[in-house]
Write a protein that binds this ligand. Sequence first.
Ligand SMILES: NC(=O)c1ccc[n+]([C@@H]2O[C@H](COP(=O)([O-])OP(=O)(O)OC[C@H]3O[C@@H](n4cnc5c(N)ncnc54)[C@H](OP(=O)(O)O)[C@@H]3O)[C@@H](O)[C@H]2O)c1
Length: 367
Amino acid sequence: MKFRTCVALILLNIIAVVYMYRPWPFSVVLESLASTSELYFYVALLIISVVLLWSTIPKPRVDPANKAVFITGCDSGFGHELAVRLDRMGYHVFAGCLAPDREGAKSLKDAASDRLHIVPIDVTDDFQVLQAVKYVKDHIGENQLWAIVNNAGVAAFCEIEWCSVQEFQKIMDVNVFGTVRVTKGFLPLLRQSEGRVINVASLAGRFTLPAFAAYSMSKKACISFSDALRQEMRKFNIKVITIEPGLYKTPITYENYLIDRNRKSWAETPTDVRADYGEEYFDAFLKQVTISLKQARPNVMEVVDNMIEAVCTKNPSYRYVPYWRYRLRAFIISNLPVYLSDKLFAARFPVIQPESRKSKSPKTPTS
Ligand SMILES: NC(=O)c1ccc[n+]([C@@H]2O[C@H](COP(=O)([O-])OP(=O)(O)OC[C@H]3O[C@@H](n4cnc5c(N)ncnc54)[C@H](OP(=O)(O)O)[C@@H]3O)[C@@H](O)[C@H]2O)c1
C-alpha cells in the first residue's frame, strides 16, 4: 500500500476514534476549542484524508495498443528501465542507444519483446537524429508515435574553475541541444497523434549547488525549453511534461567516474589556479563529492514510475518530482531567500580554506 494511503487511513481512524471516545490528549484539545472550532478541526482532518486518498487512486490510462514511444539514452539507468517496462505494457518501444553494440543495448534487446527496436542515436549529431526519425517513420507501420522521452544526459560534479569550457559545452550539447534536436525531429509525427514530449530535467534545474554549475545550467535550460514548448504546442494538443528527479544511483552518478573526470580536469587547469586552491583543497573537495554521492537514492523505480505515469495517464501532470522528501525540500528551498539557501548549501557541502586564503585575516569573506 502507498505511504499516502496509509496516512489517509490512519487519519480517518483517528477521526473516528476521537469523535466517538475522545481519549486523552484529544479530550483536552477538544475541550479547549469552542464547538465551531471543533467542527473545523474534524472538517480539516477529513479534507486532508480525502485529498490523500484521492491522490492515490490510480489515474485513467491510455490504451497502449498501436502506440509507439521513442526514448533516448536507453543504454543504462532510467531510460533502460523505462524501455523494458513500456515494452512489457504493450507499447512499441524505439529505444535510442548511444552504443547499440555495447552490453546495455544488448541486454535491453534480450529483456524485451520483438516489438522493441534498438535505434542508434547520439543526440549531439544532427545526422544521427535525422536517421533516427527516418528509422521510426520506416518501422512504425500502422502504429502512431505517442510519446518521445528525452532522457539522454551527462553530468559533471566539478567547481567552475577547473571545469573546462569544453566540458560546459558538452553538457549543454547533450542535455539541452540534444533535447531540442530530437524534439524538433519528432514533432511532425507527434502532431499526427496529438501525443506528448517528456523531458528528463532535474531538481538541479530548479536550484544550484556548488560544483553543479554546468549541470544545473543545462537542466534549467531544459526546463525553460519545456515551458515554452508546452505553451506553443497546446494549440496542437501535444502535452509537454518534465521529470525532475533528485539524486539517484545510476551510472551518471558513479563515484569513480565523476572523481576521475575531476582529476582529469584538475590536471588540465592552469598551474596558477591550482596553486591558489592547493592540492589539500582539491582532495577535500573530492572527499565531499564522495560523501554527497553516497546520499544518492537507490530506488530508481520511483523515477521510472513517474516516467510511466507521464507516458501512460490520460491527464498527466506538467511536472513530476519523484519522492516526497525531495518534493518537500524543493518547495522549501525555492521559497528561501538566497542568503539562507546559500548557507544551507554551504553547510551541505563544506570545504576547507583554499591555499591562497590561509594567510588572510579570518574576517575576509571566503565564500
Ligand atoms: N541519476 C540521477 O541522480 C539523476 C537526477 C536527475 C536527473 N537525471 C537525468 O536522468 C537522465 C537519465 O540519466 P540516468 O540517471 O539514467 O543516467 P545514465 O544511466 O548515465 O543515463 C544517461 C544515458 O544517456 C546516454 N547518453 C550520454 N550521452 C549521450 C548522447 N550524446 N547521445 C545519446 N545518449 C547519450 C548514456 O549513454 P552511455 O551510458 O553510453 O554514456 C546513458 O545511457 C539524464 O538526463 C540525467 O541528467 C538523473
